[in-house]
Unconditional design. Structure first.
Length: 174
């Protein structure tokens, strides 16, 4: 049970940090304002994103946006909580990844329900090429994606080693 408390604490911390940073940006910046943090690479820029990643679906109809950006993510959050609970004692890596996705989803859902858009402000760029602005919740989800990739390769390697071991046992018996 100790692990589930630690994962819960991490989720709450990410949601609070996400909401605090978004609130600070909204109260201290005007829409579109940009302040260089690392000149030539990184700015804080207040952006409103009514769509998904990279603005996907921003100009879609209300029904589409309601289903895709509110209803489906709420259902996914319940599924993620189930996955966290299921993996809590089996795989810390997977439980952590699911927890990070959940925290990021909740952070962005709070914005979607309260504002009907997500507040983004982390703006990385090189020259005139800007990566789409994002936030703490998005970062949490991205880190989780990396953990899921690591788990995939770890599991693949373990399965391959197990198959080789089984093949060697079969050859020895024959």
């Amino acid at each position: 049970m100790n692990r589930i408390w630690k994962l819960s604490l991490m989720m709450v911390a990410i949601i609070l940090i996400d909401q605090f940073t978004k609130g600070a940006v909204q109260s201290k910046f005007y829409l579109g304002e940009s302040i260089p943090i690392i000149k030539g690479i990184f700015n804080f820029t207040y952006v409103r994103n009514p769509g998904a990643a990279f603005g996907f679906g921003a100009n879609s109809g209300e029904l589409f946006r309601l289903v895709l950006f509110k209803i489906v993510p709420v259902l996914a959050c319940f599924w993620l909580l189930f996955l966290v609970w299921q993996e809590r004692n089996r795989s810390l890596l997977l439980a952590t990844a699911y927890s990070l996705i959940f925290a990021g989803a909740v952070g962005n859902l709070i914005d979607r329900f309260a504002l009907n858009y997500v507040v983004d402000f982390l703006d990385f760029y090189w020259g005139s090429k800007h990566f789409p602005a994002f936030n703490v919740a998005d970062s949490s989800i991205s880190i989780a994606a990396g953990l899921l990739i690591i788990d995939f390769f770890k599991t693949f390697k373990e399965d391959k080693a197990e198959k080789i071991e089984k093949d060697n046992i079969v050859e020895t018996v024959e």
